[in-house]
Design a protein around this ligand. Structure first.
Ligand SMILES: *Cc1c(COP(=O)(O)O)cnc(C)c1O
Length: 334
């Protein structure tokens, strides 16, 4: 049986949050600046809710699951400037559920960017100074809430479960449709890959759509090997869950960790250059942690000729723009 968005919605509860389909925009001035490849930008920074981003797609299915289970509050976790936490806070507000965010140190950019929005969205913020104690803090919070008779729903880092990944299965189907409508076919899709959910969903959705583009995940930090394993296992779990009926091999999981620089969340000069280039050629703002570094990968590979001049590339803009403001000082200094 064909895997379609409608068929998935019949089997899995979905809570509508996102403005879909997101635009697929031509980026001709960026293409020209890179000397050739046709570049289209898939604007998942415009999913809408609470300034948008890729987590909104996952949260539609996670909220669907939470509400079906009778949950009455949400818990999630991330860095202080987590986009995922901000979008979860937005989803919780829209669904009328209290939201607990367990935020780990370092606490850079306090009062700015995502953490400012978390507070405006009414989330309850729990800061964990010793990040090794994050899991323990979450367990204690769950136990306390249950003791009060509440039913918390825990969303793991990045919302990257097989349920959350459904958001990107649907996104791949949506992208295929948009390209087909314009008689285009993409050779590669570039995107930032951090906690495996986006990439796993895309792998499964790409197969379900019968598309042949190569998926290139660029990591914002951490080792590529661990993330590759995580993606492979989550993609297989997601495929089983929806009955894809096609194998997924390790070779299909491309994770590029060459553009991280000194570490997660640390600005590189290449990233600043990429942010300025895309802003000044297309009027599109990338973030300094994720999409900016993924764009560094695309720029580098276009300049080296790894990406050919005659290729059609989709750059998936996963959002994160509010984090720009938390980096104001570094960005203006650079
Ligand atoms: C979370 C995030 C990613 C990574 O998505 P994963 O599904 O965790 O791999 C990429 N870009 C932005 C802006 C994000 O917030």
């Amino acid at each position: 049986m064909a895997i379609t968005e409608e068929a998935l919605q019949e089997r899995f509860p979905r809570y509508s949050l996102a403005n879909l389909p997101t635009p697929l925009e031509d980026a001709p001035r960026l293409s020209a600046a890179l000397g050739g490849p046709r570049i289209l930008i898939k604007r998942d920074d415009l999913t809408g809710l609470a300034l948008g981003g890729n987590k909104v797609r996952k949260l539609e299915w996670l909220l669907g699951d939470a509400l079906a289970q009778g949950a009455d509050c949400l818990i999630t976790t991330g860095a202080l400037q987590s986009n995922h936490c901000r979008q979860t806070a937005g989803a919780a507000a829209k669904a009328g559920l209290p939201c607990y965010l367990v935020l780990r140190a370092p606490f850079e950019g306090e009062g700015q960017g995502n953490v400012l929005l978390d507070e405006l969205l009414g989330a309850r913020l729990i800061r964990v100074t010793d990040s090794a104690r994050t899991a323990e803090t979450i367990e204690r919070l769950i136990a306390d809430l249950r003791a009060e008779g509440r039913k918390p729903y825990l969303i793991p880092v990045g919302g990257s479960t097989s349920v959350g990944a459904l958001g990107y299965v649907v996104a791949a189907l949506e992208l295929k449709r948009q390209l087909d409508e314009r008689n285009l076919s993409a050779t590669r899709v570039y995107f930032s890959s951090g906690s495996a959910g986006t990439q796993s969903g895309l792998i499964v959705g790409t197969k379900a759509a019968g598309a042949t583009w190569q998926l290139v995940g660029v990591t914002p930090g951490g080792g590529a090997e661990g993330l590759r394993r995580q993606v492979l296992s989550l993609a297989r779990e997601t495929a089983d869950q929806i009955g894809l009926g096609q194998p997924i091999s390790a070779e299909e999981v491309i994770v590029d960790d060459r553009y991280v620089g000194p570490g997660y969340g640390q600005l590189t000069s290449e990233c600043v250059e990429a942010i300025r280039l895309v802003a000044q050629t297309e009027g599109i703002l990338l973030d300094p942690v994720y999409a900016g570094k993924a764009m560094v990968g695309l720029i580098d590979q276009a300049r080296r000729g790894t990406v050919g001049r005659d290729e059609t590339i989709v750059f998936l803009h996963t959002g994160g723009t509010p984090a720009l403001f938390a980096y104001a000082e570094e960005l203006t200094r650079a």
